[in-house]
Structure formats: C-alpha cells, structure tokens
Design a protein around this ligand. Sequence first.
Ligand code: RP5
Length: 168
Amino acid sequence: MAAQYKTVDGAQVGVLMGSASDWETMSKCSATLKKLGIAHECNAISAHRNAERLAAYIEDAEKRGVEVFICAAGGAAHLAGVVASMTGLPVLACPMAGWSLDGLDSLLSMVQMPKGVPVATFAIGSHGAVNAALFAAAILGLSDDRVKAAWRDFRAKQSAAVQELPED
Ligand code: RP5
C-alpha cells in the first residue's frame, strides 16, 4: 500500500498538523521555513484519528533524515506529546486557536508535558507557528552553516526594519 503521507527529498523539518483545518495557521510556519531555504514536508496526520499512520511516518521521516518535528494541534492537542514519545528528535509544539477556549486549552495541553518526554511549546496561533519555524532554524543552524547564515540574515534584516518614531 502506498504511504499515506507526503514526503519531500532532503526534508530537514517535518511539519505535522492534527487536521487540514490547522493549515491556515501553519501555512505561515511553512512560508517561514521556505523563506529560510529549509526543505520541509507538511502533513495532516491526527494522533487520535491516524495513530498507525503517524507511527509509520515518524519512523520513515527519521530514516530519511528529518531532524526536527513541528506539531500543530487544537483542543486536547496531544499530537506533539505523542510524536515526542516516538522520537528523540526535537519536537516543537504549536497550539491552535479557534476553539471555545481560544487555544488556551491547546496551549496548556502542550506545555504541561510531564517530565521525561519534553516538547518545546510556542505561542497560540500564527505567532507561535512562525516562531517554531525560526526556532527550527536555530536548531538546524547548530550543524548546518547554510541555515545558520540564513537565520543570521533574517535576524539582521528584521533588526534593520524596526522603524524610528516619526518626528513631531
Ligand atoms: C485537532 O482537532 C486538530 O489539530 C484541529 O486543530 C482540531 C479540529 O480538527 P477538525 O475537526 O477541524 O478536523 O485534532
């Protein structure tokens, strides 16, 4: 049977979402990785709806050389913790908004991992989605000079773009 997920040759980051409904937010994560020239693959694989597919994907992604996973989910938001249970690679967690508690439920679910299996949790919504991509760049830059240079360039441009207040 064909694999039920998409792969990208040379992907350094695997972006996972609990649902395609998370893509509107996570497309900003993907766009940031793209801007930094980081090869990545994006898939909607739910921890509770696609448990076997998720396990197969993580095993396969590790073998193909993916180095960081970014996991987005809403509500009970257990995707990042489940992924972290399957791999020793860094797992970055993005809580999704749009729920009755505006993502606070997702944030607490992700950030309150019991000791032993850590995930790094980011802000709710698109700010966290972008920051997870930037943090992945910081991690990859430790061993990849090309990514390190792109990350430094991004930071320098961002600093230069901060505007002074207009004169009175
Ligand atoms: C979570 O449930 C997903 O990550 C998504 O944020 C939320 C809603 O999923 P759908 O019902 O829109 O598929 O698992």
